[in-house]
Design a protein around this ligand. Structure first.
Ligand SMILES: NC(=O)c1ccc[n+]([C@@H]2O[C@H](COP(=O)([O-])OP(=O)(O)OC[C@H]3O[C@@H](n4cnc5c(N)ncnc54)[C@H](OP(=O)(O)O)[C@@H]3O)[C@@H](O)[C@H]2O)c1
Length: 329
């Protein structure tokens, strides 16, 4: 078999999650060619730490680097739209951290620009691509637990209360919903598709970011989803899917590589699924992006850009109900 040309990754923004994805890419045999930061010093330090050959002192230089095929956008939410557009307009595929953008209008523009230019843009909702999620979809597809009636999930953490921290700061897209709540929302979407009705309530932090948001989805199938997220009270971070013939309990932490158990209605264990991954498990989404590029596709089945746009539209509706707008919206 001909040796496939290695696709080369460029890291845009050198913060916490950039560090984690870069580590996962390298331990799993991907090629990271360059790092870009608003500061050349930071870019060099990051590149040196990971043995990355090239460092750029601006995002513009990073996306213009001819040695880069795919850009990983790892900036705060408020900048995903502009930074991903920068990459796409430079002809680069883009993996864009969650939440994909601040709102559906921005998300649609990313999807359109990518499609018009034959490029892949993928939301870095890494959970979708983890081994346990793949097995879950198989089990649900086989009808093992019958018709799904309820999805229950929480993403609750105790995060810094510093008003300047990106989780609190509306200028950076702060709040629990876009940072943490996106996981249960995207999970419910994965299991049940588009909700027919959305109901949400929230409390706020002193900066106006949502501290805790609880969400109910209703579906035409008569299923419901019960979801909650918090940024100052850590909870179980588990999920459950309840069906007419059984249920599935996904162990803590449901959105990271984890295990789950499938039960029949009488409590009999039908399957216990465990998964082992090398590193944190963030490279599975990178493998999907590379697969799409090699296949000449701009959208896969697991998380096409159109679904990221639709999920953002749902988040927009939740934000409308809880009275959360970002500066400039
Ligand atoms: N998948 C996951 O598990 C996961 C976990 C955590 C976060 N995330 C997502 O990753 C994104 C970044 O989060 P993070 O925790 O890595 O944040 P972070 O540690 O604060 O890093 C963000 C980086 O963005 C760049 N940046 C550009 N403009 C900025 C600005 N005005 N203020 C601050 N930083 C700016 C900076 O890089 P330079 O200084 O190098 O330019 C900074 O280091 C968020 O969208 C978040 O939702 C995902």
């Amino acid at each position: 078999m001909a040796d496939e040309k290695k696709l080369r990754w460029g890291i845009l923004g050198t913060g916490g999650i950039a560090r984690m994805l870069t580590s996962d890419l390298l331990v799993n045999g991907f090629t990271v060619a360059a790092a870009g930061s608003r500061s050349l010093e930071k870019a060099r330090a990051f590149a040196d730490e990971f043995g990355i050959p090239r460092a750029h002192g601006s995002y513009e230089e990073l996306v213009a680097d001819p040695e880069v095929d795919i850009v990983y956008v790892a900036t705060p939410h408020a900048f995903h739209h502009q930074d991903a557009l920068l990459a796409l307009r430079a002809g680069k595929h883009a993996l864009v951290e969650k939440a994909f953008t601040l709102n559906a209008v921005q998300a649609q523009e990313l999807a359109d620009v990518a499609a018009d230019n034959g490029l892949v843009v993928l939301e870095a909702m890494w959970t979708r691509f983890l081994p346990h999620s793949v097995r879950l979809r198989e089990i649900l597809g086989a009808g093992t637990i019958g018709d799904v009636r309820t999805v229950i999930a929480d993403h609750t953490q105790s995060l810094p209360q510093d008003p300047a921290h990106r989780i609190q700061n509306l200028e950076l897209g702060g709040g629990a919903l876009l940072d943490l709540g996106i996981y249960p929302v995207s999970f419910a979407w994965d299991v049940l598709g588009a909700p027919a009705s959305v109901t949400a309530i929230a409390t706020k932090t002193p900066t106006g970011a949502d501290r805790q948001t609880s969400i109910l989805f209703g579906y035409d199938s008569l299923a419901t989803a019960v979801l909650t997220t918090s940024l100052d009270a850590a909870g179980p971070n588990r999920a459950a899917i309840v069906g007419t013939k059984g249920w599935i309990e996904i162990d803590r932490v449901f959105y990271e590589p984890t295990s789950f158990t499938v039960y029949a209605t009488d409590g009999t264990v039908l399957e216990r699924c465990t998964s082992e991954v090398t590193g944190r498990g963030m490279h599975f989404q990178a493998a999907e992006l590379e697969r799409l590029v090699r296949a000449g596709l701009t959208a896969g089945d697991v998380l096409p850009p159109a679904e990221s746009v639709a999920i953002l539209a749902t988040l927009d509706e939740i934000r409308r109900q809880i009275g959360l707008a970002y500066p400039g919206e």
